[in-house]
Structure formats: structure tokens, C-alpha cells
Design a protein around this ligand. Structure first.
Ligand code: FPP
Length: 256
């Protein structure tokens, strides 16, 4: 089901969102609108990304307080390499800036960092930053903050198909035994089981498309699109989206 939040929803939801029940276990966010946020202020686009990083910090803490189990953030797609080299370089330095300043807070809030994507194709300094953050937070048992970094849903599926084909070719697997669990177990979200599929997918900035994000995993996710630009997204915006989710009747193809 699709929905777009608006001001009246926002006003209503901040009063009525149920914070103690039916909180989505896994929330995935397409963080869009950084560039437009900056342009509106006559700032370079990267200023929007920097502000967007601060929003990541706030929303991570909000989601953790709400009892979300997994927060997946689309930070860099396999298609984002097409952007100007200066912007790509800025984005590649953001994980380092983010983790350098924020890992103590993550540990304080018991948040564990996970990263999914083609990490080995990232610059060495980006790889080092994410590996250190994963290591530094490995003992945290609360929410998983899962960054999609150099991630693409189609590439992920191609890689999974290659791995499955290899197992068939090695006589480790029979084609007739391939089922949805086989595919799940080869995807980059396998380690998030039982929360590998998002319950709620949010996209900010008014765009209403999926942009190659979690194509398999969102089969039954509830989708919420909001006009708020990512740098302006707040704890109240998150609650508005959860309120939308709580109004949905999830049937998973059956009847209720
Ligand atoms: C899309 O907005 C946003 C991105 C491609 C980058 C998202 C990155 C962040 C929010 C910061 C990530 C932080 C960490 C810690 C890695 P856009 O640039 O496409 O915006 P536009 O559509 O308005 O141009």
C-alpha cells in the first residue's frame, strides 16, 4: 500500500502514534533530498549531505528508543558513482566522519553497526572506517544500524544467483531444492534474519520510486513516501511514518 504523509497526518500522528505496540521491527529508509535542501539555501550540494549525516545520527537514536530492531539506510547506491567526482569523494569520506564522532553514542545506546554492499570496491579509507565501526560495536545487542553502501538490489540478486548456480554446479544443491529460503540465505540481508525484510520502507523528498533498493526484501513492506527532505526529517517525521504504518492492514496476500 502506498501513502504520502501530509501536514494534517503529521499533526494527527504526533498525538496518536502508538509508541508501545506495533512498532515495525525493520525500517528501511531511502534518504533523498540532500541536494535540494542545499540548493534551497544556495549552498553546495555536499552541504546537504553533511546535514543529512546529522539527521542520520538523530534518527538512529530515535529509532533505537522506539524499539526498532533494524534500521537500514541507503547511503550510497551502485549507481551513485555516476555523480561528479567531488560529490562521490565527499560521500566516501562521510562514513569516516560519522563513525569518528558517533561510535561512542552508538555504544552508549547499544547499537550495532552492519554494512551491506560491495564494500571491497570502496576506497581503502572508507573500508577501514566501516570495518572499525563494525568491530567497535560488535558487542552491542540492541538495534542494528545497517548501512547500504555501494549497494544495488539487482546486483545483489545477480550475486546471489551466481552463488546458487555455483552450489548446483558443485553438486551441493539440486535445482529442485532451490526455494525462497535458499535465495534469502544468499542475499546481503541474510545476517539480519529474522528481520531481513523491512516492515516499513520510507522514502523522503517526494520522489515515489524504489531506485534499486532491497528489491527482493520489500515484497510485502509497507511503503510510505513523505515530502520532507532528508536533512529536515525529524523524530516527529519518523513517528508520522510509523503512524501511517500502524494504520495499514497487512495481509501478506491472505485475508484478515
Ligand atoms: C540522496 O539525496 C542522498 C544520497 C545519495 C546520499 C545519502 C547520504 C547521506 C544522507 C549521508 C550518509 C551518512 C553516512 C553516515 C554514510 P540527493 O543527493 O539525491 O538529493 P537530491 O535528489 O535533492 O539531489
Amino acid at each position: 500500500m502506498f501513502s504520502k504523509t501530509n501536514k494534517s497526518d503529521a499533526q494527527m500522528s504526533s498525538e496518536t502514534v502508538k509508541l508501545d505496540e506495533n512498532i515495525p521491527n525493520h525500517i528501511a529508509i531511502i534518504m533523498d533530498g540532500n541536494g535540494r535542501w542545499a540548493q534551497k539555501r544556495h549552498l553546495p550540494r555536499v552541504a546537504g549531505h553533511r546535514q543529512g549525516m546529522d539527521t542520520v545520527k538523530k534518527i538512529t537514536i530515535s529509532a533505537s528508543h522506539l524499539g526498532v530492531k533494524v534500521l537500514t539506510l541507503y547511503a550510497f547506491s551502485t549507481e551513485n558513482w555516476k555523480r561528479p567526482s567531488g560529490e562521490v569523494s565527499f560521500l566516501m569520506h562521510l562514513p569516516g566522519d560519522f563513525f569518528d564522532t558517533f561510535v561512542p553514542d552508538l555504544i552508549k545506546h547499544n547499537v550495532r553497526v552492519n554494512v551491506m554492499g560491495y564494500i571491497d570496491q570502496l576506497p581503502d579509507y572508507t573500508q577501514a572506517a566501516v570495518k572499525k565501526a563494525i568491530k567497535d560495536t560488535e558487542k552491542c545487542t540492541g538495534m542494528v544500524l545497517n548501512f547500504a553502501l555501494n549497494y544495488g538490489g539487482r546486483s545483489e540478486l545477480v550475486t546471489a544467483i551466481q552463488k546458487i548456480a555455483q552450489k548446483v554446479s558443485n553438486d551441493q544443491l539440486r535445482p529442485e531444492d532451490i526455494d525462497e529460503t535458499t535465495v534469502d540465505s544468499e542475499l546481503m540481508t541474510a545476517s539480519l534474519t529474522p528481520y531481513s525484510d523491512p516492515d516499513l520502507l520510507i522514502r523522503t523528498s517526494g520522489e515515489e520510486r524504489i531506485s534499486n533498493f532491497l528489491l527482493w526484501q520489500i515484497a510485502y513492506s509497507e511503503l510510505v513516501f513523505t515530502d520532507v527532505l532528508w536533512p529536515d526529517f525529524t523524530d516527529a517525521s519518523l513517528k508520522d511514518c510509523i503512524y501511517q504504518y500502524q494504520q495499514r492492514n497487512r495481509r501478506f496476500g491472505g485475508l484478515k
